[in-house]
Ligand binder design. Structure first.
Ligand code: FES
Ligand code: CO
Length: 339
């Protein structure tokens, strides 16, 4: 089923450093999920105790097991209930006493959850592990919008000179040169798109920087910015988790191969300002769900990348499926729960 695409994607739920000793509640595609860490790694379950429906995220981790806050049933990493304190001695734990387990992993400084039965591979972001590169994590940014709206805004070149005037572009240089969009190795990638920067990264006088954009999956995109004659690279990876119908959470990984000895703070502060400038626009856009019918809005050649994105979402059948999918799946999962 095409709609399983989103269900089988990895969704970023929090920074890895935020998940320490206590379990944490997160939301993915409308699903309430608990994540926790033990010595085996990180784990995600449906945030619901099968006994009386309490949120397991209110409990604690004890000896590597997740303990329900209500009657202290203990679940191991595989979701198997291994202790029921109210059971008289020697009485076996019912086999059906299990948590619903989701896929979970720690990667690129984030915790990721995958609800699907056939998880897609984790995205590749080689810069994160490359020597000579340094990554700072921004966000999470809370956005009252649908994930594709947030991704599309990130891919939109021709707003830089207006929404981010004076920071990422200037109005006098608003033209966008024609560029190519190709689909290679399961991702979209553009040719270099020159954008006049008033003061690229606050480090020089102004001039053109080249942006290469990529779309890695429906909720993940990146660009790399370079300047001719320089080896410096600056990359932003944007990953968005659609938490529920109204709410999304965006994380950004900012990776650079210069100023490695400098603190990340200035980069993060700059990006916080940029994101906030976008926020008002993205939350104002109607309809809330990205229109995938290309007749619905007007397009220019400079919109080639976002047109490719819309077409692709349409082909994948994820259209507005971020939530529709979740409702359908949720009812399926519910019916499989033990009484
Ligand atoms: Fe979790 Fe009773 S509701 S142990
Ligand atoms: Co913007």
């Amino acid at each position: 089923m095409q709609q399983d695409r989103l269900w089988n994607e990895w969704h970023p739920v929090c920074k890895a450093e935020e998940l320490l000793d206590d379990p944490k509640q997160v939301f993915v595609l409308g699903e309430r999920v608990v994540i926790f860490r033990n010595e085996k790694g990180v784990h995600a379950f449906k945030d619901l105790c099968i006994h009386r429906g309490a949120a397991l995220s209110l409990g604690k981790v004890k000896d590597g097991n997740l303990v329900c806050p209500y009657h202290a049933w203990e679940y191991n990493s595989e979701g198997t209930c291994v202790k029921i304190p109210a059971l008289p001695c020697k009485r076996p734990i019912p086999k059906k006493a299990r948590a619903t387990v989701y896929h979970c992993q720690e990667q690129y400084g984030l915790i990721w959850v995958n609800l699907g039965d056939e998880p897609s591979p984790m995205i590749s972001y080689p810069e994160y592990h490359t020597e000579g590169y340094r990554t700072a994590i921004c966000g999470p940014y809370e956005v009252k919008a649908n994930a594709p709206r947030i991704i599309e805004n990130f891919l939109d070149v021709s707003h830089l000179m207006f929404v981010h005037e004076g920071m990422l572009g200037v109005e006098d240089h608003a033209e966008v040169m024609d560029y190519d969009v190709e689909f290679i190795d399961n991702r979209f990638i553009t040719s270099k798109i020159p954008v006049y920067q008033p003061n690229p990264d606050g480090r020089s006088k102004g001039g053109y920087a080249d942006y290469i954009y990529e779309i890695l999956n429906p909720t993940t995109a990146r660009f790399t910015k370079t300047t001719e004659g320089s080896d410096e690279e600056f990359t932003i990876l944007l990953v968005v988790n659609q938490e529920d119908k109204e709410q999304a959470k965006a994380f950004m990984l900012l990776t650079r191969n210069y100023d490695l000895d400098k603190s990340d703070d200035a980069f993060i502060e700059f990006q916080d300002i940029i994101f906030n400038q976008d926020l008002d626009i993205v939350e104002s856009q109607k309809p809330e769900l990205l229109p995938l019918d290309l007749q619905a809005e007007m397009h220019l050649k400079s919109d080639a990348l976002t047109i490719a994105y819309r077409r692709w979402l349409n082909e994948l059948g994820v259209e507005n499926g971020v939530i529709a999918l979740s409702d359908e799946k949720r009812s399926k999962r519910k019916s499989s729960l033990v009484q």
